[in-house]
Design a protein around this ligand. Structure first.
Ligand code: PMP
Length: 288
């Protein structure tokens, strides 16, 4: 496998960063997870815009243009002979000393891994997933904005560990006020009386690229959609529930915290959303 690292393609065995890189020492960096579908990079520009916003939020000045990063992303797919896959684009603060100070890290690093993707099992999409709410809360959005896609995922990882301890593949994280934020690596949606609802970013949700796509799809299929504060009670009494993410795409949830959601099978609005999503991924990409 060839990895793009700071302007060059190198073998994966040679793709190394320093132990003094603050991405490693402090999780000081940002990333994007991007999908390649039949030779098209899905919503590449939106991913690179989010990367730029994350960089600005942490005062990391990226010395590369959006076009340069886009070219490197497409080239990483070509170099590895991929037509379908998952791309991990990482920008670290770069090499510094053992103190926190980002000003002692003059040169950020960028690397891009384009690889095959491990999808959720197919039966999750046909039968639905069973998930739980975990005790670990989402970090307060005033302390650390959930919109920043940073290299520090320990909050989500702790929740993921708890999900697994409860035998669930994914988990709902509440914010410090007890409202639904998102899942450990996915956004969450519910359907109630014909309307799609999802928490807003301030409640602890990443502004997911797939989430944005669901807003466009809802318009296309004529289903009202809005951001709404949600509690566990709302989800338990939803007609339908589904999660979205670059890796997961859109996956239905049929049981939450031991309660059956709706009819206990993937719902009709979810089916329309998934169908529209699978069409869009083939038409909304940047050709590599
Ligand atoms: N929330 C979190 C915490 C995530 O890490 C992700 C991405 N895996 C998402 C939501 C979904 O965002 P996107 O649709 O941009 O992949």
């Amino acid at each position: 496998m060839k990895i793009y690292l700071d302007g060059k393609f190198v073998d994966s065995a040679e793709a190394k960063v320093s132990v003094f890189d603050h991405g490693l020492l402090y999780g000081d960096g940002i990333f994007e997870g991007i999908r390649l579908y039949k030779g098209n990079v899905f919503r590449l520009d939106a991913h690179l815009e989010r990367l730029e916003y994350s960089a600005k939020a942490i005062l990391l000045k990226m010395p590369w243009s959006r076009q340069e990063i886009a070219n490197a992303t497409c080239e990483a797919c070509r170099q590895n002979g991929l037509q379908d896959g998952y791309i991990r684009l990482v920008v670290t603060r770069g090499v510094g000393d053992l103190g926190l100070s980002p000003w002692l890290c003059p040169t950020p690093s960028i690397f891009i891994i384009a690889d095959k993707i491990n999808l959720y099992p197919a039966e999750y999409y046909t039968k639905g997933m069973e998930i739980v709410t975990v005790p670990t809360r989402r970090v307060n959005s005033a302390a650390f904005s959930p919109a920043i896609k940073s290299l520090n995922y320990l909050n989500n990882i702790l929740a993921k560990i708890e999900a697994r301890q409860f035998g669930a593949p994914e988990a709902i994280m509440l914010n410090d006020q007890g409202y639904v934020g998102e899942c450990t690596g996915d956004n969450i949606f519910m359907v109630h009386k014909g309307k799609i609802l999802t928490p807003c970013a301030q409640q602890g949700a990443l502004k997911g690229i797939t989430r944005d796509t669901i807003f466009d799809i809802a318009q296309e299929i004529g289903v009202p959609i809005e951001e709404h504060d949600l509690t566990r009670y709302d989800l338990w009494n939803a007609d339908e529930c589904f999660l979205t993410g670059t890796a997961a795409e859109a996956v239905p949830v049929v049981k939450l915290d031991g309660r059956q959601i709706g009819a206990g099978t993937p719902g009709p609005i979810f089916a329309r959303v998934l169908e529209a999503f699978r069409r869009r991924v083939l038409t909304e990409g940047t050709r590599i």
